[in-house]
Write a protein that binds this ligand. Structure first.
Ligand code: G6P
Ligand code: MG
Length: 218
């Protein structure tokens, strides 16, 4: 079936913001008196801010009142916003614009499907927002990945059926969400971690235009 819609996750797919999320969570963990490793950070990819803090506190064995929980969630986001404040096009991951440009030329509809509540300002800062017909983010969804809600909403806004959609994802929960939405998935990152994806690439530099054509018309 011809693929008429391409949906991109944001963090770790379009821009390398995963490092900023990690830094902000790590600093909060340190402030609370424990370590938070990059390996543990894998669990945070594609996961909402609230759920991330729940997992972080579990890792540190910290119990929190609702007031403390809200305060720490705010602190983390405040620090993250400082990191992304000066983001510009130099932080777009390699060869992402090549793929966006190619799909646009082919009149393929494109969307962003992200758990982040900061998706819009980031896309504006890096100058890519105009490529996307719709942005479905943490402000629009009630159910987190691996629930398919985010991608199904994106497909609906694009006016294409789920089976006609291809999803780029760097998170295990995101690949599962694509699968649960009956969409074709392309894992960006470690193929061992993203083994459930239909296709795997280390990054966009490995994706050829011939491959994209084959996926569109497969
Ligand atoms: C993305 C990232 C997660 C992050 C989530 C919420 O899915 O991969 O690591 O926790 O967005 O981001 P936010 O910007 O709303 O805190
Ligand atoms: Mg991601």
């Amino acid at each position: 079936m011809k693929k008429n819609g391409f949906i991109f996750d944001l963090d770790g797919v379009i821009v390398d913001t995963a490092k900023y999320h990690y830094l902000a969570w790590k600093n909060l963990a340190n402030k609370l008196g424990f370590e938070f490793t990059e390996e543990q950070n894998e669990l945070f990819k594609g996961v909402s801010r609230k759920r991330c803090l729940e997992i972080l506190l579990q890792i540190g064995g910290v119990t929190a009142t609702q007031k403390q929980f809200d305060h720490w969630m705010g602190e983390k986001n405040k620090e993250y916003l400082q990191y992304i404040e000066n983001m510009d096009a130099s932080e777009i991951l390699s060869d992402v614009p090549k793929v966006l440009h190619f799909l646009k030329e082919k009149n393929i509809q494109m969307a962003v499907g992200s758990a982040s509540k900061n998706a819009r300002p980031i896309l504006e800062k890096v100058g890519l927002i105009s490529y996307f017909k719709t942005i479905i983010d943490g402000n629009n969804v009630t159910k987190a990945k691996p629930d398919p809600e985010v991608f199904l909403l994106a497909a609906q806004e694009l006016g294409v059926r789920p089976q006609e959609c291809v999803v780029f994802e760097d998170a295990v929960a995101g690949i599962q969400a694509a699968k649960n939405a009956s969409m074709t998935s392309i894992g960006i990152g470690d193929a061992k971690i993203l083994a459930e994806a239909n296709y795997n690439f280390r990054d966009f530099t490995e994706i050829s235009l011939d491959f994209l054509n084959a996926v569109i018309y497969e």
